[in-house]
Structures are given as structure tokens and as C-alpha cells.
Design a protein around this ligand. Structure first.
Ligand code: ADP
Length: 585
């Protein structure tokens, strides 16, 4: 740790028992959540229970071969991450050991007991102070900047637990993260890195109610089920439903400054895909590698289960650190179900009283503590930053009634319900518009009114109503067939079809359609509404529905998404549809 702690480093203890990732030790003078080194190999672990003389430890590495009688050494410090420049463009394991460095050290199969710092201690960074001698700084204040990657300027901050004072020295130049870059009259010295215990949220002045959307560039998400910057969302991932594509689209296109992606407990090959794919991806906005604004945390299903438990904390702490700099961070955790399974496994080793389906009774509390760390914050230094959290859930057999999904749905305010049936019908993104929801709609409306269109909420509501009506009519259609419906209802079905095909569907693999600005989303809906309004006028004037739905211009609505010059294209379609329909009466 960079900050000195005033606790004594305690006496060594002795291993008493070993049960998978859970080890008990006797005679260890430790506090809850202290990091310890277990056995002669020095495997990293964390104290999770203390009862009398018996300390229970979860170990972040494979424990085979570890036996009673071996020593346990306490560091006297909580599990912390090292925060500083170099985290972007990095791939870490669940306890922030850089995977690339570890692999270089020992090949793809990671040895145990190997430690590697989260931040490269030898690399130098170009530090430029933003304070000068005589300036007063307080905890959290920004004292300088470092060009961390091609896209992101890293802000060096006074650690939150510092007192602060007057700057007595601040030099520009090239430094390692351990060298002092700013000195205060209080005697405190500021380096470019700082440690923070992962299980504790970084402090802020205030958590505010989010008012801006995290624009994803995906019509169904931005249009119908928006996520706020600083909001929480859940996304279930039945196999083949497009979970990977959806998450990559978010990582690529959302207007977050920084992306933290936690691959938690997924199969090794899926994570390898992410690790191989992400570094290849380009940030479409800057043309630079996407990894320049991304930090990946990987804990695959074959990696130790306790490190899976910790990986979400490591991730969210890194996200909070960039939030403190004033950035908007999007964090994706895939999958929180695997995380909960890790909790369940450790809990059962501890022989705790099981709750629903064997999950520990504190499952709901842990989930909500995690999502609570999302938000729009006023930081200690006065900047505003946000952490948006998107958690994937992978309920076994797609059964949403199981405890992890249920507890998650009680917490998150946006739900993007990926649906295997829609995916099978090649309706992408396969987000089910009947099951999904966003509780941010109303609070984001002012932003959409101001930045996209005054009547955005009304137009959205119109589309929702049409889709609702379609769902109701669908049941009748299945019984008696479409032709048995009255003409106005047949027309509604036609309008709903355009909403589904031109608006809800979006091809992530098409160069143009992959991203849709909120303005374009709005224009598409407006164009469909023009069809709706003109078509119903024609129907009222006595034109048969078959003639209305046969007009030539309307099917062009489905091509707006893939058209770059959409404004002139839409003008043309609207004019042609109106002409054709009015010619019918
Ligand atoms: P999962 O991760 O849920 O198993 P994927 O994300 O790999 O599924 O998606 C499976 C396939 O579905 C993709 O290879 C792609 O062909 C198609 N797909 C998913 N989402 C989209 C989308 N938004 N646009 C176009 N195709 C998509």
C-alpha cells in the first residue's frame, strides 16, 4: 500500500483445515477483510470470518497441496487495488494481477503464489502539474495530468484520505508512479498511484439523480428503454440471443468515456473471445483502439472461485477512480450470476445457513451494495462523474424466477430482456419490447426534449401504444386470422410491423446501421408516424386497407437505418407516401 497504516503486522498463524478455496487458521491476529498469505507458497487470501481463535480465509488461488500446519502470514491490510495510470489498455485477473505480465512470467498456465503489481512500477509517465507552489489542495483534488492513452488524459488526484495543505513543490517531468510529484506543507507527498480497499466505495460529496442518458446508439435501447448515465441495467443472456454483440455494441458505441468490462466466471473460451476481440476493436469516435479507454477484468470459470467473488469489486473500484477524475464510466459485468455462484460456493464451504436455492442469505444485500456503487456523483474535487452499471444475468434454463435474476430486477432500473425466440426469428437486437423496461424514462425526458425533439416522449409513447395494441391483437389473429380483423386493426398491425422492422430491428453488423443517433431514431419514428397518420386518413376516406398497405413508398422505411444521408431519404419517403396515399381518394 502506498498509504502507511498504523496497524501492527501481526504474528503468523497456522493452517488448521483446507476445504477448496476456504482455509481456516489458528493463532492469526487478523481483522475482517485483511489480506493474508497462505501456506509455504504464500497464496493470496482474504479474511472472511473470525471466531475466537479461528480465522476463516478465502484463498484466491488453487489450494491443492496446501496442508494443515503450514504458516499464514497477515499483511494487516484490506484487499485493495492499485489505482494509477496504465489501467486502461490492461487486462487483469480478479485481484488485479495483469494477465499479460503474468503470462509473460509463466506462460498461459498461471503459477500460484505469483504476485505482480496492478500498476507497472517501472514505467515512467509524463506528469504535468495543474497546481503551483502556494496553491491549497484538499483530499480528492486534481494536482496534475498524465497522457495515459491516446484517448484518455489521466488526472492525478490527492488520495481521499489525505488531509491536504499548501503545495510546496510540483514539478513536471517523467516519473514512475512511485515517485513523488507534488509535496504539501503538511508533509504529505502525492504520487501518481494510490491504493483503495475494493470493498469500500470511494467517497464523494453527493450522489445525484441522473438526468442524462447513456446514449448507446441502439434504437430500441435509447428510444424505448433508456439507461441513465449513472444508472443500472440488467441484461439476461440466453445462449445465442446476442448478449455478446449487445455488450460489444455498448462498449463500442455508448457515449461513456471509459469502459470497464468484467468477464466473471464465464467459460474460458468465451472470455478468450473477448480478450482477443476487444484489442482488435476500434473506437469508432476516435479511430483509436477501443482498449485505449477500456480496462478488462477476466476471471474465467476455471480460475479460482474466490477471485471471481472479488473481481466485481476490483472492477467497480477502478470505475469509481475514473469517475473521480470527472469521467463517465460504463461498467459491464458478465455475468453476475456466475458471481453469485461463487458466493454460494464459498458460503456452503463456510457451512452457513443457506437461503433460497442454496444462495447465502446475504445475496440480495451483496447485489444491492454492488449496484449502489453506480450513480452520478459530485466528486470531492468538484467534478461530476458517473458510473453506469450493466450486469448480465444468466439464469439457468432462462428461468427468470430464480433468486439472482429476481433480486437483480428489484434493484436495477433498466431491464433489457434478450429473448431467444426473437433471436431465432432473426429479430436483432433480440430485446423483447413487452418484457423490457426503463424506470429512467421520465427523468430523462427533459434531456430528450431539449437535445433531440420537443415531442420525443409523446412520439415514443405513440410507438409503445401501437406495439401494445399489436400484442393484444396478436392473440385474436392467432385464433381467427388477420383478415377477420376490422380494417383499422389490420392497419394498426401494418404500422406495428414497420415499428418492429424499421425501428426496433437494427443490424449491428452493418456499417451504417450499427450506430443510430437519437436524432435518427426520432426521425425514423416520425416517418412511420407520418405513414400511420396519412394511412388512417385514407382509411377514413373509404380506401380499402389492402390498397393502403400496397403503396410502394412505405417499404422504403425499412431502409432508413442503413442509409447514411437519412434526412433527405426520409423527406423523400414521406413525400412519396403522402402523395400515393392521397391519390387513393
Ligand atoms: P450470445 O453471446 O448471446 O450467445 P451472440 O452475441 O454471439 O450471442 O449473437 C449470436 C449471433 O446473433 C451473432 O453472431 C449475430 O449473427 C447475431 N446477432 C446478435 N445481435 C445482433 C445484432 N444486433 N445485429 C445483427 N446480428 C446480431
Amino acid at each position: 500500500m502506498s498509504q502507511a497504516t498504523d496497524t501492527d503486522v501481526s504474528e503468523d498463524g497456522v493452517i488448521d483445515s483446507v476445504s477448496g478455496p476456504v482455509v481456516t487458521a489458528a493463532d492469526l491476529d487478523a481483522r475482517m477483510n485483511d489480506v493474508v498469505y497462505v501456506g509455504s507458497e504464500g497464496l493470496m487470501g482474504e479474511v472472511i470470518e473470525i471466531e475466537g481463535n479461528v480465522t476463516t480465509i478465502q484463498v484466491y488461488e488453487e489450494t491443492s497441496g496446501v496442508s494443515p500446519g503450514e504458516p499464514v502470514e497477515n499483511t494487516g491490510e484490506p484487499l485493495s487495488v492499485d489505482l494509477g495510470p496504465g489501467m486502461l489498455d490492461s487486462i487483469y485477473d480478479g485481484v488485479q494481477r495483469p494477465l499479460a505480465v503474468l503470462e509473460d512470467k509463466m506462460g498461459a498456465f498461471l503459477d500460484r503464489g505469483v504476485d505482480a503489481p496492478g500498476i507497472d512500477l517501472e514505467r515512467t509517465w509524463e506528469f504535468e502539474p495543474t497546481v503551483a507552489e502556494g496553491d491549497e489542495v484538499r483530499a480528492g483534488d486534481i494536482v496534475g495530468t498524465v497522457p495515459e492513452t491516446e484517448s484518455i488524459e489521466h488526472k492525478v488526484m490527492v488520495p481521499p484520505d489525505y488531509e491536504g495543505g499548501e503545495v510546496v513543490a510540483a514539478d513536471s517531468g517523467n516519473f514512475t508512479v512511485e515517485e513523488t510529484v507534488v509535496e504539501l506543507d503538511s508533509g504529505e507527498e502525492i504520487q501518481m498511484h494510490q491504493e483503495w480497499p475494493v470493498r469500500e466505495a470511494r467517497p464523494s460529496v453527493d450522489k445525484q439523480s441522473p438526468t442524462k442518458p447513456l446514449v448507446t446508439g441502439q434504437r430500441v435501447q435509447d428510444g424505448l428503454f433508456p439507461l441513465a448515465k449513472g444508472g443500472t441495467a440488467a441484461i439476461p443472456g440466453p445462449f445465442g440471443s446476442g448478449k455478446t454483440v449487445t455488450q460489444q455494441q455498448l462498449a463500442k458505441w455508448s457515449d461513456a468515456d471509459i469502459v470497464v468490462y468484467i468477464g466473471c466466471g464465464e467459460r474460458g473460451n468465451e472470455m478468450t473471445e473477448v480478450i482477443d476481440d476487444f484489442p482488435e476493436l476500434e473506437d469508432p469516435k476516435t479511430g483509436k483502439p477501443l482498449m485505449s479507454r477500456t480496462c478488462l477484468i477476466a476471471n474465467t470459470s476455471n480460475m479460482p472461485v474466490a477471485a471471481r467473488e472479488s473481481c466485481v469489486y476490483t472492477g467497480i473500484t477502478i470505475a469509481e477512480f475514473y469517475r473521480d477524475m470527472g469521467y463517465d464510466v460504463a461498467l459491464m459485468a458478465d455475468s453476475t450470476s456466475r458471481w453469485a455462484e461463487a458466493m454460494r460456493e464459498i458460503s456452503s464451504r463456510l457451512e452457513e445457513m443457506p437461503g433460497e436455492e442454496g444462495y447465502p442469505a446475504y445475496l440480495a444485500a451483496r447485489l444491492s451494495e454492488f449496484y449502489e456503487r453506480a450513480g452520478l456523483f459530485e466528486n470531492l474535487n468538484g467534478t461530476e462523474g458517473s458510473v453506469s452499471v450493466v450486469g448480465a444475468v444468466s439464469p439457468p434454463g432462462g428461468d427468470f424466477s430464480e433468486p439472482v435474476t429476481q433480486n437483480t430486477l428489484r434493484i436495477v432500473k433498466t431491464f433489457w430482456a434478450l429473448d431467444a425466440d426473437l433471436a431465432e426469428r432473426r429479430h436483432f437486437p433480440a430485446i423483447n419490447w413487452n418484457d423490457s423496461y426503463s424506470l429512467y424514462k421520465e427523468q430523462l425526458d427533459p434531456w430528450f426534449r431539449e437535445n433531440v425533439a420537443q415531442d420525443w416522449p409523446e412520439v415514443r409513447q405513440w410507438a409503445v401504444d401501437v406495439l401494445d395494441e399489436e400484442s393484444e391483437l396478436e392473440e385474436i389473429v392467432q385464433l381467427v386470422g388477420k383478415d377477420a380483423l376490422p380494417e383499422d386493426q389490420q392497419l394498426t398491425l401494418e404500422v406495428a410491423r414497420y415499428i418492429r422492422e424499421s425501428f426496433l430491428q437494427q443490424n449491428a453488423l452493418h456499417d451504417v446501421d450499427t450506430f443510430c443517433s437519437p436524432d435518427k431514431s426520432y426521425q425514423i419514428l416520425q416517418a412511420i408516424k407520418t405513414f400511420n397518420d396519412e394511412a388512417f386518413e385514407a382509411l377514413d376516406a373509404g380506401v380499402p386497407v389492402d390498397e393502403i398497405t400496397a403503396i410502394e413508398a412505405a417499404p422504403r422505411l425499412n431502409r432508413i437505418g442503413t442509409t447514411e444521408e437519412y434526412e433527405s431519404f426520409i423527406d423523400e419517403i414521406e413525400a412519396d407516401m403522402t402523395d400515393e396515399l392521397r391519390d387513393l381518394y
